[in-house]
Write a protein that binds this ligand. Structure first.
Ligand SMILES: Cc1ncc(COP(=O)(O)O)c(C=O)c1O
Length: 375
């Protein structure tokens, strides 16, 4: 499938996010042949197959097909916490920054944000403090769930180490709270750590991952966990409007995503490393952090070495067909994915070197919002 603006005359290197991936021909073929039914009745065999496959890959008893990662995360938090309960979350996590406060709005859940360390881990002594609440004192919201993100998007796409997850799980158990993992890109984390995704998921009570990012399916996320949690989350999915009828049409793409697109994520990581190496050689750019661990490269304009600003760099690169995103003030993110080849990476490096060698062409734009738009 071709992006409308991607023609030989108008090549675009789309590095804003892996959410821009398009379904593969095999996905479209699978969708056209999918056996369908009404999934709200539990009668869509293709959705059931995707749920069984996902549960198996994550080593969990059950899984539920969700329309989005946002809904999967929300259904998980609603499942683990009563109204007035507390969710300990990363202050830079997708759940806290980019999901419109859903658990608070819909579930009456209180977020307690904890700032992540540079490697994406939430310091466990701070998490412990957030969990140490006198249950007999009526002043306090009672902690119900700890949510971690791996790889951590706003911390450079770094996967959480397995031993850290083990310690976080033990802490959650000690305090009698659930551990939810936002593993939107869990298969990238698995490749970076050199382990099966199930080894990561093993530490969490529930795990969500996205089919629609590097795995390249057009729609959908999975929430996996034990049978009772997933049954409850399925009820919340219906409540939130996520009960989809002949959803096998898109679930078929998800099956291809899991069976054919997970291992190739290693190519995206190699392309990210290639991009980082190219950017490191450009005067006026600073990599942060380096080197990339998964498919994300973060860098910044060095104001001491170029008249460019983040805004002029993004605009001038976009005018030459290289699309990058700001993520937080003066932070630029480039994400590799199945629509980005090694040649595309080389072209992006060439374009950025040219842009930085020239005076800014774009009119200075307004400073980006501190949180940025990239996800
Ligand atoms: C880490 C993380 N979690 C959750 C989500 C939400 O997924 P969705 O866009 O499918 O709602 C994203 C989306 O980019 C993400 O990056």
């Amino acid at each position: 499938m071709k992006r409308e603006d991607h023609t030989p005359m108008n090549p675009v290197v789309e590095l804003r996010s892996d959410t821009f991936t398009l379904p593969t021909p095999r996905m479209l073929e699978a969708a056209s042949r999918a056996r369908l039914g009404d999934d709200v009745y539990g009668e869509d065999p293709t959705v059931t197959e995707l749920e069984e496959l996902s549960a198996e890959l994550l080593g969990k008893p059950a899984a539920c097909f969700m329309p989005s990662g946002t809904m999967a995360n929300l259904a998980a938090l609603l499942t683990h916490s009563p109204r007035g309960g507390k969710a300990v979350v990363g202050a830079e996590s997708d759940i806290y920054v980019y999901e419109a406060g859903g658990a608070s709005v819909v579930g009456g859940i209180v977020y307690e944000p904890v700032s992540a360390a540079a490697d994406g881990t939430l310091p466990l002594d701070v998490v412990a403090e957030a969990c140490e609440v006198d249950a007999d004192d009526p002043q306090f919201a009672l902690p119900a769930v700890l949510s971690l993100e791996t790889p951590h998007n706003r911390r450079g796409g770094i996967p959480l180490p397995l031993d850290y997850l083990g310690r976080a799980a033990a802490l959650a158990r000690t305090h009698g709270i659930a551990l939810h993992l936002d593993g939107a890109r869990i298969f990238n984390a698995a490749i970076a750590l050199g382990v099966p995704a199930a080894d990561i998921a093993a530490h969490a009570d529930t795990v969500q991952f996205c089919l629609s990012k590097g795995l390249s399916a057009p729609v959908g996320s999975m929430l996996a966990g034990d049978g009772a949690s997933i049954a409850t989350a399925r009820r919340y999915r219906k409540m939130l409007g996520g009960g989809m009828r002949q959803a096998g049409l898109v679930a078929a793409c998800g099956i291809v995503a899991l069976t054919e697109m997970a291992e190739r994520l290693a190519d995206d990581h190699a392309h990210a490393a290639r991009l980082a190496a190219g950017l490191a050689g450009i005067d006026g750019l600073r990599l942060d952090p380096e080197p990339p661990r998964t498919n994300m490269v973060f860098f910044a304009v060095d104001p001491d070495r170029t008249p460019h600003t983040t805004a002029t760099l993004l605009a001038d690169a976009a005018a030459r067909g290289v699309r990058l995103a700001e993520l937080g003030r003066d932070r630029i993110r480039a994400v590799t994915h199945s629509g980005v080849t090694a040649d595309d990476v080389d072209r992006a490096v060439e374009v950025l070197a040219d842009v930085l060698a020239a005076a800014p062409a774009a009119a200075p734009a307004a400073a980006p919002a501190a949180q940025g738009a990239a996800r």
